[in-house]
Design a protein around this ligand. Structure first.
Ligand code: ADP
Length: 224
């Protein structure tokens, strides 16, 4: 099973991707986390991505596609995977179609977390992330147990550089111009719209309600 978590920056994709991974045991692949790791490691890709990400734009399709293709060719992806933050352009969606077809994967199931734009800026400025395990917190709704410290591994939480308000606004503009059109690519097939302006546990319940019948259908087909 290939899942795509789709939605604007700050719509809760990272939070849901962690819950889904724990539930289904498939890896969650975040192109944003992968690019940040490349920046930290100082690789040529990281150096190319750094200023683009800091300004709220999108890293070039070829670079991201290549990185993604390499990641999904790892053995832990053989039984399926979840994509968070990819595809973000129509070109990336077309590349993913070809990649999935080539590797014998089914068409993706698209979960679209829809959140009104005006709720997103506030959400992102109160967002914190663990630099080690990438878990996401929100100071307003999902604070860590101990201020500034990750519940899971005790590392000090950070604010991402691109969560500054001016950069957030640019990321939202980029989403509207380049990423929202990707929805038209998927709307006819396995597409589910979910209201993302509710609590993470409520949203997760809705996601399990969508996926359980699909998983049951899939395993019944495999038993035949
Ligand atoms: P968010 O979804 O909250 O914007 P991400 O961590 O997914 O956060 O992405 C952060 C930044 O990384 C994006 O603004 C963009 O510059 C870059 N990025 C992530 N995924 C992609 C992608 N698929 N294509 C191009 N750039 C990407």
């Amino acid at each position: 099973m290939v899942l795509l978590l789709f939605g604007p920056p700050g719509s809760g994709k990272g939070t849901q991707s962690r819950l889904i991974t724990n539930w289904l045991g498939i890896p969650a692949i975040s192109t944003g986390d992968m690019l940040r790791a490349e920046i930290q490691a100082g690789t040529p890709l990281g150096n190319a991505a750094r200023s683009i990400m800091a300004s709220g734009g999108l890293v070039g399709d070829d670079l991201v596609n290549e990185t993604l293709a390499h990641r999904v060719s790892q053995p832990d992806c053989n039984a399926g995977f979840l994509l968070d933050g990819y595809p973000r352009t129509v070109e990336q969606a077309e590349f993913l179609d070809r990649l999935l077809c080539l590797r014998g994967f089914p068409k993706p199931i698209v979960l679209h977390l829809d959140v009104p734009m005006d709720a997103l800026v506030g959400r992102m400025s109160s967002r914190r992330q663990c630099p080690a395990c990438k878990r996401i917190y929100n100071l307003l709704h999902q604070p860590p147990l101990q201020t500034g410290i990750c519940d899971d591994d005790g590392n000090a939480l950070i604010t991402r550089k691109d969560d500054r308000e001016d950069v957030v606004r640019e990321r939202l503009r980029t989403y509207d111009a380049l990423t929202r059109p990707v929805l038209a690519h998927y709307q006819d097939n396995n597409y589910y719209q979910i209201r993302g302006d509710r609590s993470p546990s409520y949203i997760f319940e809705e996601i399990t309600g969508i996926l359980e019948p699909l998983i049951a259908k899939h395993s019944a087909a495999n038993d035949r």
